[in-house]
Design a protein around this ligand. Structure first.
Ligand code: CA
Length: 228
C-alpha cells in the first residue's frame, strides 16, 4: 500500500523536483503551496507523513504544525528550514516535528529521513496504547483509522476528531459548547446543531442500533456521554 505524503512547500522548482522524486519512490504525494492550504489538507485527510517548509505564504510552517498538534493530528512531520535557522530548528522539534532538514539538501538524505520516520511509526498491531476498541469498533489513533468488524469505516476528519474527543473523555458528560470549542475551535461559526448532526452521523456509522445508541449517549439538557 502506497504511503501518503503531504508536501507543503511554496517554491515551484522544489515542489516539482520533490514531487517527482517522491512519486518515483512509490509515495502518493499531495502538494499544498501555502500554509493555510496545508493545514486544511492535513486536517481533512490522513497522511503518513508531512513535509513542511518553514517559510510559507499565509501561515508559516511552525504555526501549521502547532495548529495541527493542537487539533490532535499526530502525523509525523519533517520540517524544511533555511540555512542558519538554528533557533527555528529547536522550536520545530519542540512543536512536535520529527525531523528537520536544512535547505539546500540532498534528495537521498531526505528519502533516508522519510524512510526512517515511516519505519519507526508503529504499525497498528504493535501499539495497543494507540488503539481503542468498543463493541465491534476499533479506533487506530496513530493511523487515524476506524474499522468495524474489520471493515474500514469512512469518517470525515471532523467526525473522527469528535469521536476521539468523546473517547478521551469517556464516562463524562460533555456539553455541546465544549465539543464546539474543542473539536470545531478553529473553524468558527458552527452551531450546537452542527454537533448534533455529527453525533448522528457517528451513531449511524458506529452504533449497532443508531436509534438506541449504546455508546454515544444523549444526556438530556446537558450534552453527550461516551460509554464503551
Ligand atoms: Ca518557502
Amino acid at each position: 500500500m502506497s504511503k501518503k505524503i503531504l508536501l507543503v512547500e511554496d517554491e515551484p522548482g522544489l515542489v516539482l523536483t520533490l514531487g517527482d522524486c517522491l512519486a518515483d519512490e512509490g509515495y502518493t504525494v499531495t502538494v499544498a503551496q501555502d500554509g493555510e492550504t496545508g493545514l486544511h489538507k492535513a486536517k481533512e485527510e490522513a497522511f503518513d507523513l508531512l513535509i513542511l517548509d518553514v517559510m510559507l505564504p499565509r501561515k508559516n510552517g511552525f504555526d501549521v504544525l502547532r495548529d495541527l498538534r493542537q487539533f490532535g493530528v499526530k502525523t509525523p512531520a519533517i520540517m524544511l528550514t533555511a540555512r542558519g535557522q538554528v533557533i527555528d530548528k529547536i522550536l520545530g522539534l519542540k512543536l512536535g516535528a520529527d525531523d528537520y532538514l536544512t535547505k539546500p539538501f540532498d534528495m537521498g538524505e531526505l528519502l533516508a529521513r522519510i524512510e526512517a520516520i515511516l519505519r519507526r511509526t508503529p504499525q497498528p498491531d504493535q501499539t495497543s496504547a494507540e488503539v481503542y476498541t468498543f463493541g465491534d469498533v476499533r479506533v487506530d489513533y496513530r493511523r487515524a483509522e476506524v474499522t468495524r468488524n474489520g471493515q474500514p469505516v469512512e469518517l470525515a476528519a471532523r467526525e473522527y476528531h469528535l469521536l476521539r474527543y468523546l473517547i478521551e473523555h469517556r464516562e463524562a458528560t460533555i456539553s455541546r459548547d465544549e465539543l464546539l470549542n474543542e473539536v470545531w475551535g478553529y473553524d468558527a461559526m458552527p452551531t450546537t446543531r452542527t454537533v448534533d448532526v455529527h453525533v448522528g452521523l457517528l451513531r449511524q456509522k458506529l452504533e449497532p442500533n443508531p436509534r438506541h445508541p449504546q455508546f454515544i449517549l444523549t444526556i438530556h439538557g446537558l450534552g453527550y456521554k461516551f460509554v464503551g
